[in-house]
Design a protein around this ligand. Structure first.
Ligand SMILES: *[C@@H]1O[C@H](CO)[C@@H](O)[C@H](O)[C@H]1NC(C)=O
Ligand SMILES: *[C@@H]1O[C@H](CO)[C@@H](O)[C@H](O)[C@H]1NC(C)=O
Ligand SMILES: *[C@@H]1O[C@H](CO)[C@@H](O)[C@H](O)[C@H]1NC(C)=O
Ligand SMILES: *[C@@H]1O[C@H](CO)[C@@H](O)[C@H](O)[C@H]1NC(C)=O
Ligand SMILES: *[C@@H]1O[C@H](CO)[C@@H](O)[C@H](O)[C@H]1NC(C)=O
Ligand SMILES: *[C@@H]1O[C@H](CO)[C@@H](O)[C@H](O)[C@H]1NC(C)=O
Ligand SMILES: *[C@@H]1O[C@H](CO)[C@@H](O)[C@H](O)[C@H]1NC(C)=O
Length: 808
């Protein structure tokens, strides 16, 4: 899994712009000038190069444009359909002002085909990757011809795909046939301009992928990375409707590529001149167009991805399509069921009315007997429209928070709404039955185990009794059906968190007990035995400051951990919220910090396992009803095959803002990496500010840098959240900040171990060394935006995706 390279973006050093000694306008082709195979044009900042190349294993020659320092990345091809057999091609600028490509027998292979003659033609390769043809006397921006108007398989910043409404002409990307053959394949990436613009990947005339509609800021159901790495743009006026984008900074080299297997990849050039995939679409099994039938929702979180919309039932075993339980009759009492955060149905039969406000939208849909659903959509920044669907609903998918989803309201008949109550009753009977049966099975299992154990126990007990009762604890195995029912079949509405290892659902057991279910992403590739062994080990970790593990659940390749449910939210909800933060006094915060330190110390030292957490952060600290902090998500690294000594890992799990530099850079982690995260957390608890995305008007440093600078100027107290002024003990605040700064020092060796951290926090007499500079003490320009990246490798399973949580 390619995770580490993305981090390099953050430390990305500004591209070298020093190669400016221009070799006599290498980017220009004058009239009657020519380029033969072997010669090239190079754009003025040496970003792009134009010349002849042979793709992959092919020996054919093509005229194309590629990145000068990444020649494999060809962004445009002139003669894809018409290769030249030998290295004898020549590109010339004719007297009439046309670019013409000849083969050795002087046959025209390709031409820019501009009609009319030009006085003083010149062709220039721009630093945007655009090859332009213009009259040397005319305005600089007025081109007679430009390669950007004839896209191949790559969309560069500033390039457009879409429609010229005056001429009816459409521009779109076309894939290569194969890596060896740049002739147009049968995949296209195009903008559908009907209603609200949507992007499609088509194979021939068959849709294979769709984004959600444009909402003024971005396309629906794609990662919300926009604006911080790049800005998607849609322009719609009487002349044209098109989509383009720009990179957030000139120092970012990015391209969007429609590859030959039907994916669009958004790629960023790293400093090793290779390309990191920012994301690629379709994202998962729900990404392919209409992967479920009509009137159903696809969810990649469910093992069985497709589910009928509420009020609809499966037509038959074989069909994926769903039909209404009871048909619409346009009588009183009809209403809507809400689908939260989805990719809205495709715009097949629909109506968009921008003059209807949200409340009128519902009424309007009810009034029209054929309206089957509606949504209040943002259609451009600040404007909403009422989108109504007629007929069957198609290609709806659940999307995670980090993607942009919308709420859709699906119409149900009065009896449909009522029926679902009745079917609930039926369900309840089923639930009771199922739970009776499953508890019988569990009971049977447990007694079987006890029976088996009791034979061994005589022997075992003698040797283990010394270590206390806890070692004899069995880990309950929950039946999959119990968990399914408890979480309402892993309903999207029950999701309460999304961590590096998979989503967390809230559930209610038939006994009334509330549970939190961590559904592990499937790449743990552990066998059942191994998984259970790990769970038994984790379950043995019992500490007042750790969330209790109740059991696990195994079904096929599904692995789940069942935890006690914490009704109070996580720490981030308290310390970063402008209202809730007032609820935590200085005393509360001290107790929370010490609780976390004790929990972490237990994981590092006191437990026999030596667990390194690897993803310690505010949202992983839960508070119980007495505000006692409980660390969650510990021990998961073991399940995912990490060893807990200092080691290197290919899977970087963690959250930027909390990750220690050595872990983020090289994937090397140790207990000291957790100490770093603890230090960040400590400074966040005191300051009430997030390290990630921290901004200060006077400088570019993150929270750590800011605190360190103040500390060195003897202004440490200014780090503290002002709201604590009345309740705080100044000497304590200073000591806590001091310890926090010691924890976040750049070198792991300088950071104190947790045992010493706890001592330093509680001992007023302790003498503390001066903190050295913190990790990531770098000027963040122009990459400060990247400080807000959270990696979530779990959600899509295979692809690395990045979500920008916040930033400027
Ligand atoms: C374009 O015009 C400028 C002056 O107007 C001249 O210096 C330059 O050589 C011309 N370029 C070509 C390629 O003709
Ligand atoms: C040059 O191109 C023409 C037209 O495509 C073709 O008929 C001819 O065989 C080519 N010459 C060589 C030497 O490939
Ligand atoms: C050039 O343009 C003419 C009309 O403007 C068109 O008929 C012809 O097919 C074009 N040729 C190429 C090679 O695109
Ligand atoms: C698209 O092209 C691929 C390979 O070139 C071929 O296997 C496939 O059948 C084509 N599909 C359609 C719909 O034309
Ligand atoms: C296209 O992109 C997908 C998703 O990133 C990747 O799995 C596939 O290997 C790529 N195909 C090619 C030909 O690069
Ligand atoms: C939008 O709704 C209003 C009010 O119902 C109606 O007058 C108008 O004709 C509708 N516009 C379109 C384009 O349907
Ligand atoms: C619509 O736009 C408003 C403000 O422009 C924003 O607050 C809201 O979250 C947007 N809604 C969606 C679903 O994007």
């Amino acid at each position: 899994m390619e995770t580490a390279p993305v981090f390099t973006l953050i430390c990305f050093v500004v591209l070298v712009f020093s190669h400016l000694e221009l070799s006599e306008e290498a980017d220009v082709l004058g009239v009657e000038g020519s380029i033969s195979d072997g010669e090239t044009l190079i754009s003025s900042l040496e970003t792009f190069e134009l010349g002849f190349f042979s793709p992959g294993k092919s020996r054919n020659r093509y005229l194309g444009i590629w990145y000068k320092n990444s020649p494999g990345a060809v962004v445009w091809v002139a003669n894809g359909n018409n290769p030249i057999a030998e290295r004898k091609g020549v590109l010339t600028l004719s007297e009439t002002g046309n670019l013409v490509l000849f083969n050795q027998t002087n046959s025209v292979i390709w031409s820019s085909n501009v009609s009319g003659t030009v006085q003083d033609p010149v062709a220039r390769l721009l630093d945007t990757g655009n090859l332009v043809l213009k009259d040397n006397k005319s305005m600089p921006e007025s081109y007679l011809w430009q390669s950007f108007d004839h896209p191949s398989d790559t969309l560069l910043p500033g390039m457009k795909i879409g429609w010229n409404l005056k001429t009816g002409e459409e521009r779109y990307l076309t894939s290569w046939k194969s890596a060896d053959d740049p002739s147009p394949g049968n995949l296209t990436y195009r903008l559908d301009k009907n209603g609200l613009p949507q992007l499609f990947i088509d194979r021939g005339s068959v849709k294979i992928y769709r984004t959600g509609p444009w909402n003024g800021i971005g396309f629906g159901a794609v990662p919300a990375v926009q604006s911080l790495v790049f800005k998607p743009i849609v322009i719609s006026n009487e002349n044209e409707v098109y989509h383009t984008y720009e990179a957030a900074s000139e120092a970012i080299t990015m391209r969007l590529w429609l590859n030959q297997s039907g994916y669009v990849q958004r790629l960023i050039l790293n400093q090793r001149s290779s390309w990191d995939v920012l994301y690629s679409a379709p994202f998962d099994k729900c990404g392919s167009y209409g992967s479920c039938g009509v009137n159903s929702i696809c969810s990649s979180r469910r093992a069985d991805a497709c589910e009928c919309i509420k009020g609809f039932i499966s037509k038959s075993q074989e069909s994926k399509n769903c039909v209404r339980e009871s048909s619409l009759d346009c009588q009183k009492g009809e209403g809507f069921t809400r689908l939260v955060g989805v990719k809205v149905p495709d715009l097949l039969k629909f109506q968009l009315n921008e003059s209807l406000n949200p409340t009128r939208c519902e009424a309007e849909c009810l009034k029209d007997c054929s309206c089957t659903a509606y949504a209040n959509m943002n259609v451009s920044e600040g404007r909403t429209g009422c989108l109504m669907w007629f007929g069957d609903l198609f290609d709806i998918t659940e999307v995670a928070d980090m993607y942009r989803g919308e709420d859709v309201f699906v119409r149900l008949s009065a009896s449909g709404l009522g029926l679902t109550n009745e079917s609930k009753k039926k369900n309840r009977v089923a639930i009771i039955l199922v739970s009776i049966i499953s508890s019988a099975i569990v009971l049977g299992l447990i007694s079987f185990i006890i029976w088996k154990k009791s034979k061994k126990r005589d022997v075992v007990l003698h040797s283990t009794r010394m270590e206390g009762e806890e070692d004899e604890r069995e880990v309950p195995l929950f039946a999959f059906s119990t968990i399914e029912i408890a979480t309402k079949y892993f309903s999207f509405g029950n999701v309460i968190g999304e961590g590096g290892f998979g989503p967390v659902y809230k559930g209610n057991l038939p006994t009334g007990q509330e549970i939190a279910v961590k559904r592990l992403s499937k790449d743990s590739c552990q066998g059942v035995e191994q998984f259970r062994n790990e769970v038994v080990l984790i379950a043995k970790l019992q500490h007042r400051n750790l969330v209790g593990l109740l059991g696990c659940c195994i079904q096929g390749d599904e692995r789940m951990l069942i935890y006690e449910f914490m009704p109070n939210k996580s720490l981030d909800y308290f310390i970063f919220d402008h209202k809730s933060r007032a609820l935590l006094s200085w005393k509360n915060r001290v107790d929370i910090v010490l609780g976390i330190a004790r929990g972490l110390l237990y994981l590092h030292q006191d437990s026999k396992l030596q667990i390194i957490h690897r993803d310690l952060k505010a949202s992983n600290i839960l508070l119980d009803s007495n505000l006692i902090p409980k660390i969650s998500d510990f021990g998961l690294a073991r399940i995912f095959g990490g060893n807990d000594e200092e080691t290197k890992t290919t899977r970087v799990v963690g959250t930027f803002g909390y990750m220690a530099p050595e872990y983020a850079n090289d994937g090397t982690f140790s207990a000291k990496s957790d100490v770093f995260s603890f230090g960040v957390l400590l400074l966040e608890i005191i300051s009430g500010k997030k390290n990630k995305g921290y901004n200060h008007p006077d400088h570019q440093h993150n929270l750590l840098g800011h605190a360190w600078l103040l500390w060195n100027e003897d202004r440490g107290l200014e780090v503290m959240d002002r709201i604590l002024e009345e309740t705080c003990v100044r000497s304590e605040v200073l000591r806590f900040i001091h310890v926090g700064l010691l924890c976040v020092q750049e070198c792991p060796e300088d950071r104190p171990p947790m045992s010493s951290v706890l001592l330093k926090l509680t001992n007023e007499e302790a003498t503390l060394p001066q903190p050295k500079r913190p990790g990531f003490f770098i000027q963040r320009e122009p990459f400060n935006n990247f400080s807000a990246i959270k990696m979530d490798t779990a959600f899509t399973g295979k692809e690395l995706t990045i979500s920008m949580l916040q930033g400027r």
